[in-house]
Design a protein around this ligand. Structure first.
Ligand SMILES: [Zn+2]
Length: 115
């Protein structure tokens, strides 16, 4: 089952890694996280995003879950739990199985124009 390397750059569409890095996503995450949120106070590094729905995959340090998908609200301020919606993941393989049908794959698969 471990044929999927834990390398976000190898994720298939609609997941992709922007060229310019994802520091803005990390800043926004920290703006939004309320106290009591699973990622509050946690070192999370943005590593990929979904082209279809703007969900962002974060690499999470020192937590029971090494990855988390977060749907940022882009309000630029602290949200109220459970926002921003966060799905902890045990592996990238779980991302591919659990999120394969989250609604974005079909559209992204046919929009191959991303250079
Ligand atoms: Zn999506």
């Amino acid at each position: 089952m471990q044929h999927m390397p834990d390398d976000p750059t190898l994720l298939p569409a609609p997941w992709w890694v922007p060229d310019g890095g994802m520091h803005d996503f990390e800043l926004e995450l920290h703006r939004e996280l309320p106290h009591g949120h699973p990622l509050h106070g946690v070192k999370a590094t943005a590593v990929a995003r979904c082209e279809g729905c703007d969900d962002v995959l974060f690499s999470v340090a020192n937590q029971p879950f090494p990855w988390a998908v977060v749907h940022l609200t882009w309000t630029g301020r602290e949200e109220r739990a459970p926002w921003p919606m966060t799905t902890p993941l045990a592996s990238l393989a779980e991302l591919l199985t659990e999120w394969a049908d989250h609604g974005c794959n079909d559209g992204a698969a046919s929009s191959e124009s991303r250079s």
